[in-house]
Ligand binder design. Structure first.
Ligand code: GTP
Length: 625
């Protein structure tokens, strides 16, 4: 790679423009299986049933013997592999455990080879300093996702840490998410330990990467650790550096208990499991605790650490990170960022987390309308493990009852759908993702729209102005590609796995594009587009729909319209389809089978007016750029 070029560019970008990236990221969907939740969330079969006495004595680890750190990096720079090696080195997992990237526990993570959930592991390590006796330390490691859509996971994880290993690929050097994650850690006042990984690669150039770290982040080149998480080279220096450079957690052990609820998940047997970091004081099993935001109180039924599976310890001390089980039944009671304290004491609540700003909204509907309740339960449980999704009920004439969900980006949205399928066996139809737009009418009123269907097609007052959100995007690339990337940016109105932050709304010429079937608008297919693109998008939508809608007993007219103006149209001619035609009136079982098959087929259809639309049509429309 040549010299680095760093461009900050305000990209007028509705996230629709990310669809190329999104499509390339869409994994091959596999037959949904209900993934073993115990495995996914680190319950060994032991910890499910046994009330074994804790064997780990955490009282041996006062704050000065604790280090809490995250591993942060750009995608694929080797965080999870490094986490594996550190866990092996400390005996937390066995060498050759047969499952690389151990902390990537979700099926979606293993299939896509990316981390989407931050995972914590507690390790015990004997640190030997020359001429001194070895001393035992408790190290909490949090492996974090690299993709920008999951940066909320990173920022929450950092709140439970005092330091971070900033991992950089020795060949690729500093990339967009290296920069973004560095600043997240820097702003959180964490001590940063730079680690150049993959030095075993033939194209590795650690000296160049060291120079980047110095020039971009002012990190001292002498402090940079050189490792290969693959071969184990240089790894022996990592944990001593963590202990030496990262400060212990600053809490006060004889102050009243204060804990931060930084993550949670739902377990069918135990209810909600809360991941906590003990800021002050200590907690024991049987204690009564209250949650500041929800106002609820509970008895602590189990308390322990992630070692790396949930392991009861009976206590958690100041500075430690672990889990608590309280018998909490509904996921709504666990509000991420909440402060937990001992009931009947008064404490200052912790600052919690910045509210999430959702970038992309889409409707999520059960593929079979009757599964609404199942979808509702699945979403409730999944959002317990992914607090960055917003959920509100909505109804569509075409798709029935469902939810409007807000996501941090298109990859996040896609992963959420995949988790619904894989972990809860729920098949969903999602509507075209949209960013939130604002419209102003001639009477001076303004409308914020997260769902294109909610925008009147023929409003009472004329639209006088419209705005779309923008981002400040940072693209890091070798200088020889600058021209090509700038062209790509202006053409796609925003593209790449770059980093971005919210900027203000900008005026933009937006219109609502309706899709009509035999004159009736399909609310689930409505979209808001730029006026100049409306004709092309309308034509594409009509063509795609034509390919997916089968011939029916009558003619079907497909139209794209802006208000009352039709901008594209096509027709599917009528066909009489009699499934029993080939039965010659004889075999009754065969007749029944065919009718059953037809009924099944109908179930996979959504009816708009008199027209049946297959589920696939809705899924495929997502792919329109
Ligand atoms: N050659 C070489 N490959 C490595 C090394 N460390 C990791 N890898 C490979 O790099 C790829 C990505 O590694 P991961 O550990 O999944 O990277 P990650 O940073 O956790 O990825 P995300 O969580 O998706 O951001 C895998 O194929 C690893 O086997 C290394 O030291 N040398």
């Amino acid at each position: 790679m040549g010299s680095m070029y760093r461009a900050s560019k305000t990209l007028k970008s509705s996230r629709q423009a990310f669809s190329i990236l999104f499509n390339s990221l869409k994994s091959t969907r596999q037959t949904p299986t209900c993934f073993g939740l115990y495995q996914a969330y680190g319950f060994s079969s032991d910890s499910r049933q046994s009330s074994k006495e804790p064997t780990i004595d955490l009282t041996k680890f006062p704050s000065e013997k604790i280090r809490n750190f995250s591993i942060i990096a750009h995608i694929d720079h080797g965080k999870s592999t490094l986490a594996d090696r550190l866990m092996e080195l400390t005996g937390t997992i066995k060498k050759g455990h047969g499952q690389p990237q151990y902390l990537d526990k979700l099926q979606v993570e293993r299939e896509r080879g990316i981390t989407v959930k931050a995972q914590t592991a507690t390790m015990f390590y004997e640190n030997k300093v020359e001429d001194q006796e070895a001393s035992g330390y408790l190290l909490n490691l949090i492996d974090t996702p690299g993709h920008v859509d999951f940066s909320y996971e990173v920022s929450r994880s950092l709140s439970a840490c005092q330091g971070a290993l900033l991992v950089v690929d020795a060949a690729q050097g500093v990339q967009a998410q290296t920069v973004a994650n560095f600043y997240l850690a820097f702003e959180a006042n964490l001590t940063i330990v730079p680690v150049i990984n993959k030095i075993d690669q033939p194209t590795a150039d650690p000296e160049r990467v060291k120079a980047q770290l110095k020039s971009m982040f002012d990190l001292n080149t002498d402090d940079v650790l050189l490792v290969s998480a693959k071969t184990g080279l240089g790894l022996e220096h990592v944990l001593p550096a963590v202990i030496e450079r990262i400060p212990p957690p600053p809490g006060i052990s004889d102050s009243p208990l204060r804990m931060l609820l930084f993550d949670s998940f739902f377990n069918e047997y135990k209810g909600v499991i809360c991941y906590v970091s003990v800021v002050d004081g200590m907690l024991s099993k049987g204690d009564k605790v209250s949650f500041a935001a929800s106002g609820q109180s509970y008895e602590v039924l189990d308390v322990g650490i992630m070692h790396p599976e949930l392991t009861s310890t009976g206590v958690l001390l100041t500075g430690q990170v672990g889990y608590i089980v309280t018998g909490m039944r509904t996921t709504k009671e666990a509000r991420i960022g909440d402060t937990i304290y001992r009931t009947k004491t008064t404490v200052e609540p912790l600052p919690g987390f910045k509210p999430v700003r959702h970038m992309v909204f889409s409707g999520v509907y059960p593929a079979d309308g009757s599964d609404f309740e199942a979808l509702s339960h699945a979403i409730e449980k999944l959002t317990c493990n992914d607090a960055s999704v917003s959920v509100a009920k909505e109804t569509s004439t075409a798709l029935g009852m469902g939810f409007r969900c807000g996501f941090l980006g298109l990859l996040h949205m896609d992963v959420f759908h995949q988790r619904l399928e894989q972990e809860y066996g729920t098949q969903v139809i999602s509507t075209i993702p949209t960013v939130p737009y604002t419209f102003e009418y001639s009477d001076g009123s303004k409308l914020q729209v997260q769902n294109p269907a909610a925008l009147p097609s023929n409003p009472k007052y004329r639209v006088t102005a419209s705005w779309e959100p923008t981002v400040i995007a940072t693209i890091i690339l070798p200088s020889e590609y600058v021209g090509a990337v700038i062209n790509l940016c202006s053409d796609r109105r925003g593209y790449a796995s770059f980093d971005y932050e919210d900027a203000e709304y900008q005026a933009s010429d937006l219109v609502k594009l309706d899709i009509l079937l035999n004159g009736q608008a399909v609310d689930a297919l409505a979209t808001i587009v730029h006026k100049q693109k409306a004709y092309r998008v309308g034509k594409e939508l009509v063509e795609k729909l034509k390919n997916y809608i089968e011939r029916q007993m009558f003619e079907v007219m497909i139209q794209a319209a802006i208000g009352s103006k039709i901008i594209a149209r096509d027709t599917i001619s009528a066909m009489r389809k009699n499934v029993l035609a080939k039965c010659y009136g004889g075999d009754i079982t065969r007749k029944k089978k065919l009718l059953e098959k037809q009924k099944e087929g109908k179930k996979r259809m959504k009816r708009v007016g008199s027209v049946d639309i297959p589920h696939e049509a809705f899924q495929q429309i997502l792919k329109v750029s």
